[in-house]
Design a protein around this ligand. Structure first.
Ligand code: ADP
Ligand code: MG
Length: 730
């Protein structure tokens, strides 16, 4: 194997992914194995392990004036060190340092820490007063200059621990790895770097690990963050190209008779957002290449009508549509909504008897404009349609998909799996796309017998901020309905202490007396010793006692699914006044008569959950109220309650959520580009993200298989490999 130091021409990051990390001085087999476990297999991965922060000698506080309780850096000479064994496996090290203005005692419980009297050190941590003396607990230690020191500048890197190696230990190996890897070659064209005011890659790696000043760190960070975003965006752009833009699609002729008849029959006018997104969708559908678009809009924003217009367009062009939802309940809701809408528009087909339906002659070549639009709901056991009285078997339904009898099919993802094929699938609509992966898209393409790739329209009711959309749905074009249809009474939001049972019960009584229904949502199913919050079971028992004569029912995720649907059925039928539930009611439940939502221990819920829950009431002509019963015990809990009080804009709330929680926890899923970000923060580095996205789009547009695109994708494959196969190009 070639030694890293042998080649002078300059090394690429891809080359460095092939140099195992044990080639670095100070890293033996044992250590290398541990590093491997933490995802650092090669020198490239090691170099991408960047400092968590830096100690800046120019920013040292005098000990006499150091602020208490904040992260600070101080420096001085070690006057005295003592080691004390405080238990069988705990050793305490105390060091007193002085800087001429005062002294400070630093305390560690790390028996391996090396610190000696007379040494000059820099400590970073929180200073506090302990028995009248200045103290720091477990500060980071650094040493500048002096004999054997690696850090000669004024800034010292502090690394997050990895592979069992602490920062001090890592420093020497990093220095060695970097020296022997430089110069690191760049893959981004110079004109792009110039335009975006970015430094070269070699300079960036040197600057991030061993900077002379903090300004250098900033420039290095900007460049490395750009690279991170570029890799993800390039993966998205090439996938969009490979799967959609380079493919032959099903071309649909738009704005035919069905479209217009449906539009005219609507009892309302489209909002301008609905008009805009419909126009964009039809535009895509008319093109010879397949559509790949995400339709975003909150529950109740009117996505359904937009989707039906797209489906009708495809049907009238002689093709079929498929609508897929994550659960059968949601698929059924889509089916029923569409069935009703078709009836209202006079587009429902005549009903035929089940017996007669078994003869193929009934399905002649009559155009949909005269015979009506035939739709079918596929569940695991049977198929329900709007053109045959009574259900038919699944196999019969599948035949009808294959011979084109059914124009639009509704179901879960099983609809496109297990050997189901279509006569001519023109458009696939998928609800809540994050459960719809690359594999399903491939099936969709293969099972469609016309050969063309069907248009794909994904829809989601979960509002996500634009930057997050770029890293999660980066290969899709996004259309958003922001404006809600007019004439909705809306929801008011109030807060109340969680202990205020009497007040809450009174509100429930009043609401039920008006003939309306109430939801009471709790964070737990049953009481817990560990979590101090309301449970649905206990709250249900309490309310039954407190509200005699009022019909209460309980719903939670641990119930059997037939029990759950029975309860929901009674709620919809108005046979239940108060439903006490956990967040199982979060998605998809539509009860227009429910006007009061009470969320117990509300600070325990995530912001998007709170928002979804609030959206469950005030959906009919009656206004709704949402009561957040909470005594927040954490800052974040309070922030969430405050945010709910401040706005009901789902996009704004999603952004606040991102600010509160940080990107890592928002979308931890394997299918999110966020999971591969180390340095970049989609909120704070939004400008770099957008620049990278544009550069990737331009590059793929200019030459989808050109050297720049290939170089970035090669890096993606080498750096992420198995762990992020969805990112790599096949
Ligand atoms: P979504 O699918 O986005 O949750 P829906 O399409 O179910 O929302 O629409 C919610 C309700 O609003 C439905 O009852 C629908 O009839 C109504 N609606 C949709 N668009 C409009 C509009 N432009 N004006 C008035 N009401 C509308
Ligand atoms: Mg098309």
């Amino acid at each position: 194997m070639t030694d890293v130091g042998d080649q002078r021409a300059g090394r690429s990051l891809v080359y460095l992914t092939e140099v195992p990390v044990d080639r670095v001085k100070g890293i033996g087999t044992v250590r290398a194995r541990k590093l491997n476990e933490d995802g650092i297999a090669s020198v490239a991965h090691l170099l991408l392990h960047v400092p968590r922060r830096y100690l800046d000698r120019s920013q040292l506080f005098d000990l006499s004036s150091v602020p208490l309780g904040e992260e600070v850096t101080v420096g001085g000479v070690v006057r005295h060190v003592s080691r004390r064994r405080i238990s069988r496996n705990r050793t305490m090290i105390e060091a007193v340092i002085g800087d001429g203005t005062s002294t400070l005692t630093a305390v560690w419980f790390n028996p391996y820490l090396k610190i000696g009297e007379g040494e000059e050190v820099v400590l970073s941590g929180k200073a506090e007063l302990f028995r009248g003396r200045l103290q720091m607990k477990a500060p980071d230690v650094g040493r500048f200059g002096g004999e054997g020191s690696l850090v000669t500048g004024r800034v010292m890197p502090i690394y997050p621990k990895v592979g069992g190696m602490a920062s001090q230990k890592l420093l020497a190996s990093m220095d060695n790895a970097l020296r022997r890897s430089r110069p690191i070659t760049d893959i981004v064209p110079v004109e792009v770097l110039d335009r975006l005011n970015l430094i070269g890659r070699d300079e960036a790696f040197a600057g991030i690990h061993f900077p002379d000043d903090i300004g250098e760190v900033e420039r290095a960070r900007r460049r490395l963050i750009f690279d991170e975003f570029l890799r993800i965006q390039m993966a998205f752009r090439t996938r969009a190209y490979d799967e959609f833009e380079s493919q032959i699609g099903v071309q649909n002729s738009v704005e035919g008779e069905l479209y217009h008849r449906f539009l005219e029959a609507l009892p309302y006018r489209l909002t301008s957002d609905q008009e805009t997104v419909t126009a964009r969708i039809l535009d895509d559908m008319a093109k010879p290449r397949p559509m790949h678009r995400l339709l975003q809009g909150e529950v109740g924003s009117g996505k359904t009508v937009v989707v039906v217009l797209a489906l009708l367009t495809s049907v009238e062009s002689g093709h079929q549509g498929a609508v897929m939802a994550p659960t059968e309940v949601l698929a059924t809701q889509h089916y029923l909504g569409t069935e009703l809408a078709l009836e209202d528009a006079g587009l429902a087909p005549p009903l035929i008897e089940t017996g007669a339906a078994n003869t193929a002659s009934l399905f002649g070549a009559e155009p949909t404009t005269t015979r009506g639009v035939r739709i079918g709901l596929f569940t695991s056991s049977k198929v329900t349609t709007n053109f045959v009285s009574g259900d038919v078997s699944r196999s019969r339904g599948i035949e009808w998909l294959q011979d084109g009898t059914i124009d639009i099919a509704f179901g879960t993802q099983a609809l496109i799996q297990s050997g189901v094929s279509f006569h001519s699938l023109g458009i696939a609509v998928v609800d809540e796309q994050h459960r719809f992966g690359v594999e399903q898209r491939v099936v969709l393409r293969d099972e469609n017998t016309t050969g063309g790739v069907p248009d794909l329209l994904l829809m989601t009711a979960t509002p996500i901020p634009r930057t997050l959309a770029m890293t999660v749905y980066g290969d899709l074009e996004v259309s958003t309905i922001k404006e809600m249809p007019p004439g909705r009474a809306g929801v008011t939001t109030e807060t109340i202490p969680d202990a205020a049972d009497h007040e809450i019960d009174e509100r429930i009584r009043r609401t039920v007396a008006e003939g309306r229904q109430v939801f009471v949502v709790c964070p737990l199913v049953e009481d817990s010793d560990k979590i101090d919050a309301r449970s649905a079971t206990t709250e249900y028992a309490r309310l039954r006692n407190a509200l005699p004569g009022i019909r209460c029912e309980l719903l939670h995720g641990q119930m059997r699914s037939d029990e759950k649907s029975a309860v929901m059925h009674r709620v919809r039928a108005g046979e239940v006044d108060v439903l006490v539930a956990t967040t199982v009611i979060e998605v998809g439940i539509d009860v227009p008569n429910a006007t009061l939502m009470i969320i117990r221990s509300a600070d325990r819920f995530g912001l998007s959950q709170l928002h979804q829950l609030r959206g469950r009431v005030g959906r009919g002509e009656h206004g709704g109220a949402c009561i957040l019963a909470a005594d927040p015990t954490t800052v974040e809990g309070q922030q969430r309650i405050d945010a709910m009080m401040a706005t009901d804009d789902g996009f704004r709330l999603a952004e606040i959520d991102l600010e509160i929680r940080g990107q890592g926890t928002v979308f931890g899923g394997a299918q999110s580009g966020v999971a591969d970000l180390r340095l970049g923060d989609i909120l704070h580095d939004r400008e770099i993200l957008e620049a990278a996205s544009l550069v990737a789009a331009e590059a793929v547009e200019a030459d989808p298989n050109g050297p720049f695109v290939e170089a970035v994708m090669h890096e993606v494959a080498c750096l992420f490999g198995e762990s992020a196969q969805w990112l790599t190009r096949s």
